[in-house]
Design a protein around this ligand. Structure first.
Ligand SMILES: [Fe+2]
Length: 443
């Protein structure tokens, strides 16, 4: 595959035309009486028309046929995707999931759409406020079908297998340790190269932004120029047997048929476009004296709520870095959080959860449920000689953190490893280790 080209910058006003059709992007206006090459102009709005300029998002497509040329939508059966958060009783317990099994293509062909399973979430697609966390496993490319999300934005985190994502804006190649964001309404089709697995964070009603940097200043964390957007690419392809466009709408899937490829955009311009980001480019800020900065310093992208500083969802990573804090317990401290924390592991070993947390698996620590390093990690870190050390070498853990109190789906509960007595016993040993006689302190 020839190396793909990208446009650089987060949320820029981009312009792109397929080099096979020079001059296809109209100049000086969006909707000429007749577009160059006889193309159809079509706007995709990503924000209300009257949003303040800083949050106003839209793009203009110049395409061979308009998207409206399709047959009616009918229900598409996909039973693993849900936004019913009342399938099972609420459960505040700490939860773990082993890596999700990917079926082999020989046993069961499964593409990205059919391989989406909802694990947990909160909120509502109709009032456009909430999130869902899905897992995908796929062994087959999407052939003559695409997906778009009417409910919100997908942040896709591949864990195994690269994805070639064809969008109306062009092609994105996304490999593990990279992420991509496909926003509301954007049509895309996923090609895989063997067995693929990953995580999807979906937010309803808002878009991801770069976090404010405050006293950090103008540079640092995820830098805007490292976000890459595809360049225009089109195919003028008739599909006699039917091309299937699938819409995720109010938590359900619907399909409609048309007789041409929807990836027929010859040129486009605008600030509403998909993008990818390589997590290796994250410029880590951390403590250089003692104690911990809050994990918000690891935020790559945030989907803000209307309350200042409170996110519908943050995408947070824990990349390789130096640990240098003096007289400090260096691993993550014990804590209880007013937010829900879903964690996943792309590769390596997460320092605070050596056991039962593997690449491709996950954990959920619900609102105010206590968690922290296991007893072995606590003991080791308490005795460690504090020298500068590489932390999380070869590892990339991440967190989807939400201010919403997330519910686990029926499938999530069925696949969860219920934490047994041994899990809790590992903390029971904390007191006996430091206070072997188990006497109240001060006696
Ligand atoms: Fe936590």
């Amino acid at each position: 595959m020839a190396e793909l080209k990208y446009l650089s910058g987060f949320g820029n006003e981009f312009s792109s035309e397929d080099p096979r059709c020079p001059g296809s992007l109209p100049e000086g206006q969006n909707s000429p009486q007749v577009c160059p090459y006889g193309l159809y102009a079509e706007q995709l709005s990503g924000s209300a028309f009257t949003c303040p300029r800083s949050t106003n998002k839209r793009s203009w497509f110049y395409r061979i046929l308009p998207s409206v040329r399709h047959k009616p939508f009918v229900t598409y059966e996909q039973k693993n995707l849900t936004h019913n958060w009342d399938e099972v009783e609420p459960d505040p317990n700490q939860m773990r999931w082993k890596p999700y099994q990917i079926p082999t293509a020989a046993a069961h062909k499964q593409d990205f759409i059919d391989g989406l399973y909802t694990l947990c979430g909160a909120g509502d697609t109709r009032s456009r406020n909430g999130i869902a966390i899905h897992i995908y496993t796929a062994n087959t490319s999407m052939i003559d079908r695409c997906l778009y999300n009417s409910d919100g934005d997908f942040l896709i985190v591949p864990q195994q297998g690269k994805l070639l994502i064809l969008t109306e804006f062009g092609k994105l190649l996304v490999e593990p340790n990279e992420i991509c964001v496909i926003q509301q309404g954007m049509r895309f089709s996923v090609e895989v190269f063997g067995e693929a697995r990953g995580y999807v964070l979906e937010v309803f009603g808002v878009h991801f932004e770069l976090p404010d940097l405050g006293p950090i200043g103008a540079n640092g964390l995820a830098n805007p120029r490292d976000f890459l957007t595809p360049v225009a690419w089109y195919e003028d392809r008739t599909v006699e047997a039917g091309y299937t466009v699938i819409s995720k709408y109010q938590g359900k899937l619907f399909s409609s048929e048309q007789d041409f490829s929807p990836f027929n955009v010859v040129a486009w311009h605008g600030n509403y476009a998909p993008y990818k980001y390589n997590l290796e480019n994250f410029m880590v800020i951390n403590c250089v004296a003692f104690d911990h900065a809050d994990p918000s310093i690891f935020t790559v992208l945030t989907a803000k709520s209307l309350r200042p500083g409170v996110a519908i969802a943050d995408f947070v990573i824990f990349p390789p870095r130096w640990g240098v804090a003096d007289h400090t317990f260096r691993p993550p401290y014990y804590h209880r959080n007013c937010m829900s924390e879903f964690m996943g592991l792309i590769k390596g070993h997460y320092e605070a959860k050596e056991e039962g947390f593997q690449p491709g698996g996950g954990s959920l620590h619900s609102v105010m449920t206590p968690h922290g390093p296991d007893a072995g990690c606590f003991e080791k870190a308490s005795k460690a000689k504090l020298e500068p050390e590489r932390v999380a070498e070869g590892t990339m853990a991440f967190m989807f953190e939400s201010s919403l109190s997330m519910a686990v789906t029926k499938w999530g509960m069925e696949t969860c490893q219920r934490l047994d007595k041994n899990y809790y016993q590992c903390w029971e040993s904390l007191r006996s280790y430091f206070n072997p006689n188990n006497k109240p302190l001060g006696k």
